[in-house]
Design a protein around this ligand. Structure first.
Ligand code: C2E
Ligand code: MG
Ligand code: MG
Ligand code: MG
Length: 290
């Protein structure tokens, strides 16, 4: 919109917009260097099966350890990486690192757990995404059945015909597919039913007040019913309290994820968590908290 506004006015050259452009360029080059300097790292958050109390999987979440700013959360840099295209190499690094870590834990004798990785819209649109992922799986040695990709509604709905081909290809490889932040984007149900997906993740915004807000409760229940009627499993994200967990449990939501179980932690901390888990029969309930 800067271009449109700027064509015939001097707004385009206003210091404010100028700075934004400069800032963006600076950020882009900084991020490119950060990738080379290995300033990015992953944290891991467990998911628990509500029926059994067993750990069902792990979500890998990206962090940037900036030398001056400290740890930068993904919402502050992923949109820029998405815009500049840096998300493609960055996302590939995330996939490879998450797969490597999953294999490392198995080599340490931990039971195999499914590793979920977020894939951005732009990354999903890459023509050879399937091949690239296949290569990463081969190089890291991770069983495709232990990889899950989290896609947003907008990523798959943007071009549903293309999306379905990509999803089928990934599905054929044995990868689990889920729709992240479900309910916040725009999903066409007629497309959704043709997508070979496995799970829906109820967005945190509906979970937050689920025990107090009748509308949020209705939405959460509707998503659970929708998923189950399509033979999909459901994950509730952002569970911070036992009441929210109880709500989801009572409504037969399959899986939970959130601070109540554990915050996202470093690979080292997660390794310790897995060891303790092994000593408690794989039951996470009561083992953790916050
Ligand atoms: P998401 O995929 O929906 O991930 C869940 C976010 O909720 C994470 O934020 C997680 O730390 C946070 N969270 C988990 N449990 C709770 C809880 O109980 N309460 C609250 N308040 N928050 C909780 P995070 O790590 O800051 O990531 C934010 C978003 O950035 C992610 O949302 C995802 O969309 C994106 N993201 C993170 N890592 C990657 C990545 O490697 N690639 C891409 N493309 N996007 C990523
Ligand atoms: Mg996610
Ligand atoms: Mg999510
Ligand atoms: Mg979310």
């Amino acid at each position: 919109q800067a271009k449109e506004a700027g064509r015939n006015t001097c707004h385009f050259f206003s210091p404010e917009l100028n700075m934004r452009a400069t800032e963006r360029l600076l950020l882009e080059s900084t991020m490119r260097r950060a990738l080379e300097r290995e300033e990015f790292f992953l944290v891991y958050q467990p998911q628990m099966e509500l029926r059994s109390g067993h750990i069902a999987g792990i979500e890998a979440l990206l962090r940037w350890r900036h030398p001056d700013l400290g740890v930068v959360p993904p919402n502050n840099f992923i949109p820029i990486a998405e815009e500049t295209g840096l998300i493609v190499p960055l996302g590939e690094w995330v996939l490879a690192e998450a797969c490597r870590q999953a294999v490392r834990w198995q080599q340490e004798g931990q039971p195999p757990l499914r590793m979920a990785v977020n894939v951005s819209a732009r990354q999903f649109r890459q023509r050879n995404l399937g091949l690239r992922i296949e290569k990463i799986l081969m190089e890291t040695g991770l069983d495709p059945a232990l990889l899950e990709l989290e896609l947003t509604e907008s990523a798959v709905m943007e071009n549903p015909e293309e999306a379905i081909l990509t999803l089928r290809q990934l599905k054929k490889m044995g990868i689990t597919l889920s729709i992240d932040d479900f309910g916040t984007g725009y999903s066409s149900l007629s497309h959704l039913k043709h997508f070979p997906i496995d799970r829906l993740k109820i967005d945190r915004s509906f979970v937050k007040h689920v025990t107090r807000d009748h509308n949020d409760a209705t939405i959460a229940e509707a998503i659970i019913a929708l998923a189950h009627s399509m033979k999909l499993t459901v994950v509730a994200e952002g569970i911070e309290h036992s009441e929210q967990m109880e709500f989801m449990h009572q409504r037969h939501c399959d899986t939970m994820q959130g601070y109540y179980l554990s915050r996202p932690v470093t690979a080292e901390e997660f390794g310790t968590f897995l060891k303790r888990l092994g000593e408690s029969d794989g039951k996470a309930h009561g083992l953790l908290g916050g």
